[in-house]
Design a binder for this molecule. Sequence first.
Ligand code: MSP
Length: 519
Amino acid sequence: MSEPYYITTAISYPNGRPHIGHAYEAIAADTIARFQRSMGRDVRFQTGTDEHGLKMAQAARARDIKPRALADEMSSYFKEMCDTLNISYDRFIRTSDADHHAASQAIWQAMEANGDLYLDRYEGWYSVRDEAFYDEKELTEGEGGQKLSPQGTPVEWTKEESWFFRLSRYQEPLLQLYRDQPDFIRPETRRNEIVSFVSGGLSDLSVSRTSFDWGVPVPGSPGHVMYVWVDALTNYLTGIGYPDRDAALAKYWPANLHLIGKDIVRFHTVYWPAFLMSAKVPLPRQVFGHGFLLNRGEKMSKSVGNVVDPMMMAERYGVDQLRYFLLREVSFGQDGSYSHEAIVNRANAELANSFGNLAQRTLSMIFKNLDGELPTLDRTEEDAALVRSVAAACLDETPRAFEQLAFSTGIEAWMKAVFACNQYVDAQAPWALRKTDPERMKTVLGTLFSVIRDLAIAILPVIPESAGKLLDQMGVAAEARDFAAIESQIWYDELRTSGYRVAQPVPLFPRLELETADT
Ligand code: MSP
């Protein structure tokens, strides 16, 4: 029985079309999901859209349509983005789904049964953009005296009857959680911020609204809908069958990883564990708050007009080029910058010139010089050294880094192995050996074929389509593409004797050009 692994992304507000920041999170989560499958785990992966709340209601009003119509339209773009980017989700959840309403009401009732909900009046500051309540002491003043949240978004004074969650009760249990499970919040800087926020004391949280009705109805309290974050966070349980504890829930909960952006760490590491403690549901193992993707160092915003469309990027540069670039360029956890030059340079230098060229040269020499037949090998120490160093990267350095979500470190180790292979090609010069020592040429080409397979399997979680196509061309069976397969000692001889022949290879990565308008 393989070990279960449950990973989720944040669910996005479908109040507009997805931007590159949403794509970034989906790509990172997908790479982890694919990586964990490749490690032999039984992965469950969930993403989706967060459709309730005032922000959605206001966005719909501005277009003079119903919130549900807005959600239906925009959610479909998020799903389309995921499908285009090869995001291998098991469920694309929409919080307007019927089972999600049932799960949200069930967690509400569980919190109520624990004595954590009471009716009172809310008076305080609310940011519609963040869908968040703030204390007076957290606010700053912007232009014209406008009060601003710590995220820089405008807040409004709000007064209404509301249900409250006794968050104040959970200060000590939360601090205990951060002590007992030091990896609960990553990276470290975000953990420190949260520990200091919670140490400063927690006020009870307003968890229902009466001034609009676009939300999950509060059970037994007509006129109240749940605060959008109560239902949004519950999506992680809905997707695995909550409140039915016999279903997938037993297998996949507690989640291994909630992957989210740094702006919503508080909701996931303060409110969510408190709700779960109250509802007597075990806590997730880890919340990772990744950094923001910036456009040439600047925050993307609709008003500045510098929002990058991931569909356009994927079409223009290729899905795998985009996936590779985002994970290679940015040190995961920190903010990172995007520019056309950077993606073109990275994809050309590393994917086209280094990895693509290595595969293309090797397969085409086998095709031309050996009639596509894999040779028997008579390896020297030099060949064996290359095989060992590639295996060390593919079986040790790269997966160890991926396990820690250190994508750029893992890819760098992989790239070093690619360079080592290219140096080996140059040093061995198989094209010259063709005349001087054809037997030696065979061993060199066969050795290259075997290390290229290892490299392709190791990078499959990052660039699934192109590495997959390469493995197809190499005759590697779909079920022999995981990390365990890299360790196999007999695959090469099995393939060699199976009658497989290398065909004329198809290039994997076309060279990208920078358009003058982009510079
Ligand atoms: N709906 C909430 C999340 C609820 S989770 C129970 C929300 N939605 S969002 O659409 O604003 O953001 C979705 C995810 O995208 C969040 O994790 C957010 O941090 C991330 N990003 C939004 N802009 C981003 C960048 N510019 N760069 C990287 N990630 C960004 O918050």
